[in-house]
Design a protein around this ligand. Structure first.
Ligand code: PLP
Length: 449
């Protein structure tokens, strides 16, 4: 029997990333409020929010300083924009702070309202840049199987997940995918992480040569794949990949939408994994998810090309109403102040060994083939047979059942396609709360078996 609110939900709402058929019978989990690492449903039941919402509420729920920053900006200047050279102080200050923090050469910052828009901007700028340089053929973009970069037509094309392509008539031509760097699933028997990385770099090089290097503009990668399964790349992966990209003048875009702002125990995931991108995309934790904000860093060569294009075409023909929304910028400034003042990123690094040790213990469970992670992010690979690594039939829905049992235990974790479970709690989680989270997840796995 669905509650009144649940019934109204089913009658009126379309939910993103939901089995709309099953939802009619199952109804929603209706949440009402949050505090710290907990959220509460309409019956008052508490849950540990083990996914930081959608990998974003790094500072937990109902942080009064973030609320106050939003309210103050709402009262002062609730809306303004950056079109036609107009500006406002929260956007200027935030761009300055981000320039200081970015682990990449950053001349300027461009703001969006989401990760999808940030990566969509990356695609358009990769094309625009090569047109400005007189290289109109250099336009193809390479992503990776199981990579996730968003849902717009271009970013769903960058994404390498079946649900984003099947029956959507995607990917568009000009978007290519290279192999997923998941050692547990795709390494040859006995192949070391380094040898696997070298093989993947060779495969990437073969793809670029097959396509013709003069037609390949950019390669995009998340430092750690999130929606694809919380997949940490094998040792030596990014240095090997970057050597190939450098040979063919292919720009590297880091999608830091999940890894940015402390998730791996460093400000950006690139820093933890030896990644030296030309540009990066950010979103989510930049505001701790409290208001939508994303953006990208722009290096000097790209910025110079954009200025030349304006001189030629009369304007930089890109941007949305909410690019650099003042309330979003004010909340991001406050979030970054808190990350710095409270040593949130360093704290994540200090808590990571405990988090990873508790995660690793789950690999002893019968149906867990691999428990992997870094910093305060982790993924479980659910298997039917640990020795052969065979998976359950997709229709068996074993990981989805585990996630439902976890919810029954008062823990929210996320089911990912391919029978995977992700964990990504707020960075403010305490060691005791980490134990509580993994105790609940262990009980959920016990019930799933
Ligand atoms: N890139 C990555 C790595 C993501 O995880 C996501 C969302 O989960 C996106 C891009 C898309 O961001 P958004 O959902 O804000 O459009």
């Amino acid at each position: 029997m669905l509650s009144n609110l649940a019934t109204r939900d089913v009658e009126t709402l379309i939910h993103p990333y939901t089995n709309l058929d099953a939802h009619r019978a199952n109804g929603p989990l209706v949440l009402e409020r949050g505090a710290g690492v907990h959220v509460y449903d309409t019956e008052g039941r508490p849950y540990i929010e083990g996914m930081s919402g959608l990998w974003c509420t790094a500072l937990g729920f109902s942080n009064p300083e973030l609320v106050e920053a939003a309210a103050a900006q709402m009262s002062r200047l609730p809306f303004s924009h950056l079109f036609s050279g107009r500006s406002h102080d929260p956007a200027i200050e935030l761009a300055e702070v981000l320039k200081e923090l970015m682990p990449v050469p950053t001349s300027k910052v461009f703001f969006t309202s989401s990760g999808s828009e940030a990566n969509d901007t990356q695609v358009k700028l990769a094309w625009y840049y090569n047109n400005a340089l007189g290289r109109p053929r250099k336009k193809k973009i390479i992503g990776r199987q199981r990579g996730y970069h968003g849902v717009t037509v271009a970013t769903a094309s960058l994404t390498g997940l079946p649900a984003n392509h099947a029956d959507w008539d995607l990917p568009l031509p000009g978007f290519l995918h290279t192999a997923c760097p998941h050692h547990y699933r795709f390494a040859e028997p006995g192949e070391s992480e380094e040898a696997f990385s070298a093989r993947l770099a060779d495969e990437l090089e073969a793809l670029i040569l097959r396509e013709d290097p003069d037609t390949v503009a950019a390669f995009i990668a998340e430092p750690v794949m999130g929606a694809g399964g919380a997949i940490v790349p094998p040792r030596g992966y990014f240095p090997a990949i970057q050597a190939v990209l450098a040979r063919y003048d292919v720009r590297l875009i880091a999608d830091e939408v999940i890894c940015g702002f402390g998730r791996l125990g460093t400000w950006f995931g690139s820093e933890a994994l030896g990644m030296s991108p030309h540009t990066l995309s950010f979103a989510k934790a930049v505001t701790s998810g409290y208001v939508p904000l994303g953006g990208i860093s722009v290096d000097e060569p790209l910025y110079a090309a954009m200025v030349d294009q304006s001189a030629k075409l009369g304007t930089f023909g890109h941007g949305t109403t909410y690019s650099g929304h003042p309330v979003a910028c004010a909340v991001a400034l406050k979030a970054i102040e808190i990350y710095r003042r409270d040593r949130v990123v360093e704290g994540a690094a200090e808590k990571a060994p405990h988090f990873q040790a508790r995660l690793a213990r789950l690999a002893e469970h019968d149906i867990v083939g691999e428990a992997r992670g870094i910093g305060l992010i982790g993924g479980l690979e659910i298997v039917a047979d640990k020795r052969s690594r065979a998976q359950y039939h997709p229709k068996a829905g074993v990981a989805a059942r585990c996630v439902a049992f976890a919810q029954g235990e008062g823990l929210i974790v996320r089911f990912l396609a391919g029978d995977r479970v992700a964990v990504c709690p707020p960075l403010i989680i305490t060691p005791d709360e980490i134990d509580d989270l993994f105790d609940r997840l262990t009980r959920a796995l016990d019930r799933t078996r």
